[in-house]
Design a protein around this ligand. Structure first.
Ligand SMILES: C[S@@+](CC[C@H](N)C(=O)[O-])C[C@H]1O[C@@H](n2cnc3c(N)ncnc32)[C@H](O)[C@@H]1O
Length: 187
């Protein structure tokens, strides 16, 4: 499946997107404790990395992405805004450079439809702690929209849950809103 084009990165941080996909709505599905170790997988330019970072006092957020060009933009923001508790990590497809059972909460925002290998899901399972949780938000195949990836590349909420269950995750809460689905899962 195709990867997000870094040339369109500005859109990820637009005010309009932040209204439609408010970080507070995402956190209402999976809240963060101040000492959590959090993974923002497919972090891009840090749309959710910075709101996560603000909620942590002693915890840490790992911003992981497979495209260096996206991480460069995230690092630039870090230099401007400061990012003491953010660790920026470039990964290779199918691997996550984090040790076993390190992560309390993982977030995948508009990334699921870009993952095209089984190893990534096994890696997510490996790095999340035994009682850890994951939150997945993505374009809904059944949602009405004039932009975003084509329907052929998207999942429905039910398909996403079925896929993640195959890798050991159990759904906790889920809902659909406009053209996105939201689901929290337990390892
Ligand atoms: C549509 S962008 C979303 C970025 C960010 N999560 C947000 O919501 O603004 C998808 C991001 O996922 C990254 N990505 C896709 N497949 C990945 C993989 N297998 N491992 C890590 N990052 C991946 C892309 O490079 C891109 O930065």
């Amino acid at each position: 499946m195709s990867k997000f084009d870094p040339e369109h990165a500005d859109h990820l941080d637009s005010k309009e997107r932040r209204e439609r996909l408010a970080p507070d709505d995402i956190f209402s599905l999976l809240d963060i404790e101040k000492n959590d170790a959090v993974l923002d997988f497919g972090a891009g330019t840090g749309f959710l990395t910075f709101p996560i970072s603000e909620r942590l006092t002693v915890g840490k957020v790992y911003a992981v992405d497979v495209q260096e060009e996206m991480l460069e933009k995230l690092r630039k923001k870090c230099q401007e805004d400061g990012c003491g508790n953010i660790e920026v990590l470039l990964n290779e497809e199918g691997s996550i450079p984090i040790q076993d059972d390190e992560i309390d909460k993982a977030f995948l925002i508009n990334v699921l439809h870009e993952i095209d290998d089984e190893a990534t899901f096994e890696e997510l399972y490996r790095v999340i702690k035994e009682d850890g949780k994951m939150c997945v938000v993505d374009w809904d195949k059944e949602g009405e929209t004039s932009h975003g990836p084509p329907a052929s590349e998207r999942f429905s909420l039910e398909e996403a849950i079925e896929l993640l269950e195959r890798y050991g995750f159990a759904p906790i809460k889920s809902y659909k809103n406009l053209d996105h689905f939201f689901v929290s899962l337990q390892k």
